[in-house]
Design a protein around this ligand. Structure first.
Ligand SMILES: [Fe+2]
Length: 305
């Protein structure tokens, strides 16, 4: 009986500690760096990859996040989608507007769709004029909208943004994606250029690689909500458990996938062992004789991480 009396307050204290820690983490991002080398890269570039903000802002007007992006000194900023939350009764563009405005003065911005942007487009009977307003924001702030389209950057890089049909996001339908699907959406991968693919879901890395993506940037799974050392992400917002690809940098046959842990949350508003993440990718030229390889990956704290 005595044990039970103590167990309840102990559990309550543990839960309160978890809630406090999660609130802290949700507001303190880290900047993580990945290095990708390829003979296709003609000169060094720095990319900043931001995904899954879901309306999250760090400081007034997103001051802290914009400061960290500026500090990284990017040549190109890539947005992986789900910048906003789009749900019935909850869909707005204010935070997206402030983000795009803040990024506009830094360097060129490419914007790929997540499932939330696609919802805006496909469910206009629910979300009214918001998709048109979103397109207007992109245009006004000079962002390159990559909705099943591509953008050539310099003489050696192509960035393509893939729209993934909604059925591929349903966790109860196991859909297989092949390179042919991507070809139907984007045509052939670039020849001779380093091909970057913005594909919101990291689930189809094999298809992305066999299509010809040298580097795929994805998000969607928010790092798996709670991350445990060695085991990785526990649960995605779609209730998939221990998905290996829900966060991290992966390489297969010289093709890279960066699955960003994202910056915001929605539905399951928890982050434990899983701080929001700004990804900085250093693209480096490499001697053609050497095999393309991911170099060091290090972590440093964000502005106030
Ligand atoms: Fe998503």
């Amino acid at each position: 009986m005595k044990r039970r009396i103590w167990a309840l307050p102990a559990l309550a204290a543990l839960a309160a500690g978890g809630v406090w820690r999660s609130e802290y983490e949700r507001d303190h991002f880290v900047v993580e760096e990945a290095v990708v080398k390829s003979p296709k890269i003609k000169r060094e570039r720095t990319l900043v990859f931001l995904t899954d903000l879901h309306d999250k802002e760090f400081g007034e007007g997103n001051r802290r996040l914009l400061g960290a992006v500026r500090q990284a000194g990017p040549d190109l900023i890539l947005i992986g989608g789900d910048t906003m939350v789009v749900k019935p009764g909850r869909a707005a563009l204010k935070a997206t507007q402030r983000l795009l405005k803040g990024l506009a003065g830094i360097c060129p911005v490419c914007y790929g769709n997540g499932n939330h942007e696609q919802r805006l487009r496909e469910q206009q009977e629910t979300y009214g004029d918001l998709y048109r307003q979103f397109l207007e924001l992109l245009k006004r702030n000079g962002a390159e909208y990559l909705s099943d389209s591509s953008f050539d950057f310099g003489e050696d890089i192509r960035v393509s943004g893939l729209d993934i049909d909604e059925v591929y996001y349903h966790n109860r339908v196991s859909r297989k994606m092949g390179a042919e699907y991507i070809r139907r959406h984007l045509g052939e991968a670039a020849e001779g250029r380093f091909q970057i693919l913005l594909a919101h879901s990291p689930l189809f890395a094999d298809a992305y690689g066999s299509w010809g993506a040298d580097l795929t940037l994805a998000g969607h799974f928010h790092g798996g909500t709670v991350r445990i050392p060695v085991l990785g992400g526990v649960m995605t917002p779609q209730y998939q458990f221990f998905l290996p690809c829900c966060g991290g940098t992966f390489e297969k046959n010289g093709r890279f996938l960066v699955a960003g842990r994202g910056l915001g949350t929605h539905s399951v508003n928890i982050r434990l062992g899983n701080k929001p993440q700004v990804v900085v990718v250093r693209l480096l030229p490499e001697d053609g004789k050497k095999k393309a390889a991911a170099g060091r990956k290090r972590m440093r704290k964000g502005q106030d991480g």
